[in-house]
Design a protein around this ligand. Sequence first.
Ligand code: KIV
Length: 260
Amino acid sequence: MNKKIKKILKKKKDDKIVCLTAYSKSYAKILDKYCDIILVGDSMANVLYGMDNTHQIKLEQIIQHGVSVKKGIKKSLLVIDMPKGSYNTISQAKKNAKTIISKTKCDAVKIESNKKNYKIISELVKFKVPVMGHVGFTPQFKKRFRVEGRNKREMEKLINESVLIEKAGAFSIVLECVTPSTAKIITNILKIPTIGIGSSSYCDGQILVTDDMIGLSGFYPKFVKKYTNVNTTIEKAVKRYSKDVKSKKFPKNVNFLYGK
Ligand code: KIV
């Protein structure tokens, strides 16, 4: 097993797992110092490309960003989202996962659950592709955002789904927007680590979309804690630049730059 994955599995007992998303080398370089896992998420559809959902992001786009992110990573585990429609059948999933791994040199792929694709996960794992699962609010398959696990029936379904994903061989699982009590039960039952997003501190680790937590994306679900406001920082810089250009303060003609 990949050494980095072994380390993540060990953390289930010992430590919290720190995860964030990145779509480029410059972000990855910063995140790598503090994160255990960096995810090239298909959230890039909304965050970077301004799309309404994650459905149109293409394999080639995910790969391109994955290649960039990999350049900024020295130690973290790199996970790449398989885009919607790229893992509909076992053979398609194998072919595309292999392409993602060979082109980006990532450590694992993430697959959203549609409650039917356990066999895809198990076949990928047999094919030596490490897989991270994803249950709860799974944007590739759900139209409407809602918290899941709010009644006994929903809770049992989510627990069952998570157990089947573990049985299929996933090395960890994202719990997106599930109730704290559901997250607690799943985290206690599973041997693999749970990574929460809007799913309480009961999870073994946490993930957020980096652009949300730095205040750049403009989309801030209730569970997001904004650690800074990069939007304001950029705006201030752009405003000063605009003023300088208009008032001819920038650029300054520095002769040594031109060999005079
Ligand atoms: O695409 C993504 O960024 C994700 C995280 C929100 C878990 O799947």
